[in-house]
Design a protein around this ligand. Structure first.
Ligand code: AMP
Length: 325
């Protein structure tokens, strides 16, 4: 959905595209990505017990673990006999007669439970890759490490390649920490990253890029992105995003898929080229035919037919846009 004709002009000029990370490049939802178990621990047991406990918590990480556990195991998750939420640390409770802890390593440490070397290594690796590592223990032993992260949308890498093919330089913008930002940027093929940017500073980043002489498009979805979208030369909002973002943008992508951003820019540029082609031929006609008519060298019948043909040409030329894929 394009707000006005000037948007078409802008799509031709932009050379940089700033992508907000959460909700644009990633799904914006925490997802269980990987499970590592200690020796002699069954992955299904770890998922069942952790999932059952987390099912009672509303924390985004807990929802990710509960949903992931339900998806990866066949039997329905058991109901905990006891459940306590420990804010900032995790959850503890009793599931199928086992005393279960799920959360940060500090939570386990409070019970003098320590991670075996293999799980500690997995946890460190996950954190280096910008993921959140959740530890699981039951009956006094650390049993598993769960990797949770805001998952990257399947189409994001392809979308970034598509934007590059249009001559745009992609830039990742996020309030998240550098490790997370770099991991996402690497996965989708972006090399310029602005991380740890406070919501009110997002617009300043756009201003700085513009001050460098770049013409900047921005894709975002959140309330936090609205000022940046309005500051950019071209603001694109994800249709799945907030009303504030959609209101502040020049162009709304009806689907929540970043590939549509590249398509929208390509279609806008093609539309502009068609408009210019139409103008050129319509003017060309008149520039050639008016002097001829003025000097009496043009039969009015032919002039009338030519005039009608010029309209047919413009419409036919424009209809070619329907073949756009
Ligand atoms: P919070 O302050 O709620 O963001 O929690 C801080 C950290 O505690 C999180 O990053 C997790 O590592 C851990 N945590 C908190 N609640 C839970 C939970 N329900 N399940 C697992 N980990 C949790």
């Amino acid at each position: 959905l394009i707000k006005g004709p000037e948007v078409l002009e802008t799509t031709r000029r932009v050379d940089t595209i700033v992508l907000d990370k959460t909700g644009t490049v990633t799904t914006g939802r925490m997802t269980l990505l990987d499970v590592h178990t200690a020796d002699h621990t069954d992955e299904t047991d770890a998922l069942r017990l952790a999932g059952a406990l987390e099912h009672s918590s509303e924390h985004p990480i807990a929802q990710a673990v509960a949903t992931g556990a339900a998806e990866r195991t066949t039997a329905p998750l058991p109901t905990p006999e006891d459940f306590t939420n420990i804010p900032g640390l995790g959850v503890q409770g009793i599931v199928e007669g086992h005393a279960v802890l799920v959360g940060r390593e500090q939570l386990l440490a409070q019970w003098e439970i320590h991670l075996p070397a293999e799980l500690a290594r997995r946890k460190a690796e996950a954190e280096a890759a910008g993921r959140t590592a959740i530890t699981v223990a039951w009956d006094g032993q650390a049993r598993a490490v769960l990797e949770v992260a805001d998952a990257i949308k399947d189409t994001s890498a392809e979308a970034v390649a598509g934007l590059r093919a249009l001559g745009l330089r992609p830039v990742l913008l996020t309030g998240d920490n550098r490790a997370v930002a770099d991991a996402v940027a690497r996965a989708v093929g972006i090399d310029e990253v602005h991380a740890e940017v406070l919501p009110e500073e997002k617009a300043h980043v756009i201003e700085r890029l513009r001050a460098e002489g770049r013409s900047v498009a921005m894709v975002g979805d959140g309330v936090n992105d609205a000022a940046a979208l309005a500051t950019a030369d071209l603001g694109l909002a994800m249709g799945t995003g907030t009303d504030a973002a959609i209101e502040a943008s020049d162009l709304t992508l009806v689907r929540g898929d970043l590939k549509v951003a590249a398509d929208a820019i390509r279609l806008s540029r093609r539309t502009l080229a068609t408009i210019r082609g139409n103008l050129f031929w319509a003017f060309g006609y008149n520039v050639a035919a008016l002097p001829l008519a003025a000097f009496g060298l043009l039969n009015p019948m032919i002039a009338g037919a030519a005039m009608a043909f010029s309209s047919v040409f413009v419409v036919t030329n424009s209809l070619r846009l329907r073949a756009f894929t």
